[in-house]
Design a protein around this ligand. Sequence first.
Ligand SMILES: NC(=O)c1ccc[n+]([C@@H]2O[C@H](COP(=O)([O-])OP(=O)(O)OC[C@H]3O[C@@H](n4cnc5c(N)ncnc54)[C@H](O)[C@@H]3O)[C@@H](O)[C@H]2O)c1
Length: 322
Amino acid sequence: MTLDDIQQIAVIGAGLMGHGIAQEFAFAGYQVHLHDVSKEKIREGLDRIRDNLQMFVENELAQPSQIDETLDRIYGSDRLEVVCREADFVIEAVTENLPIKQEIFRQLDGICPAHTILASNTTALMPSQIGELAQRGDKILNTHYFNPPYLIPLVELVRSPKTSDETLQVTYDLMVKIGKTPAIIQKEALGFVGPRLQAALIREAFSIVERGIASAEDVDLVVRNSFGRRLSVAGPFQVFELAGWDMVLAAFEELYKDLNSSTDVNPLLKEMVEKGELGVKSGKGFYEWPPEKIEEVRARMDRALIWQMKEKEHGRKRDQKA
Ligand SMILES: NC(=O)c1ccc[n+]([C@@H]2O[C@H](COP(=O)([O-])OP(=O)(O)OC[C@H]3O[C@@H](n4cnc5c(N)ncnc54)[C@H](O)[C@@H]3O)[C@@H](O)[C@H]2O)c1
């Protein structure tokens, strides 16, 4: 199996992540089948793809003709067997629920051709768990995207002990071909790399607020205007190697003793969920979320992510010319 054997893609689940994943493959020229149990979700997914592509056109990341060309390559269906009969590569992006995902992988294993690679976009589950009821363990892995998938380049490729080198290589090549930045996670672990690091950060952030060291607003202010800026251009290891590990050792030896290392979720987080303070979903969390504020923050994030996409695209064109 090589990259050239992959012609047809299937995406299972047309929600927040699935529609964006389907969009990227179709935009790159692949024929894509998009499946959901809900016909309404498929329609909504296709509408969202049109809106996303319109935004790309407005920001000179796509030509106007690419909107219809991309949508013409996506076939929606609520019948799993139709979607997967001829698929060479399948990405599952349904609700985060282990029994549902296991059952889908069991069905895919029966429907798809023998060579088909089956990937899951799960945030936290391991590929060995998801593929437990399927026979083709060597062709199963996680492809973990970040939201929104069409604006965030990284995909974590998580292998289980059974995933073959060939499956990993073909998936890696496929992701590079459609413009993603794949990172290989060699050993499956809960939360892989990205979600683990975010969980560690948010544990300490909650602890800072709970202990009254700073408000949630000020924690956000500090991150956005200091190390958050650096982290998008140099990872934590690069940043600290610029500083020197001796300095890091001296600073952290004392500091670590005072950091939160609890294996329980912070009581403040539990309390907020019990009170229904869920953030945007309920209109209140640490912040009040009237519709105009939601719009403002989302627009700010989109603008910054689009700007980074444009930088990446310019860099790619510069490299091609050189
Ligand atoms: N939301 C994020 O930021 C994010 C980021 C990375 C990964 N993920 C992962 O991606 C997956 C999907 O998350 P989402 O945010 O897109 O959820 P979502 O609720 O927006 O979409 C899930 C879709 O799956 C469909 N579905 C449910 N059961 C199905 C079945 N048996 N067959 C076919 N379709 C089915 C639902 O109708 C829905 O449209 C989850 O595993 C999640 O952990 C989410």
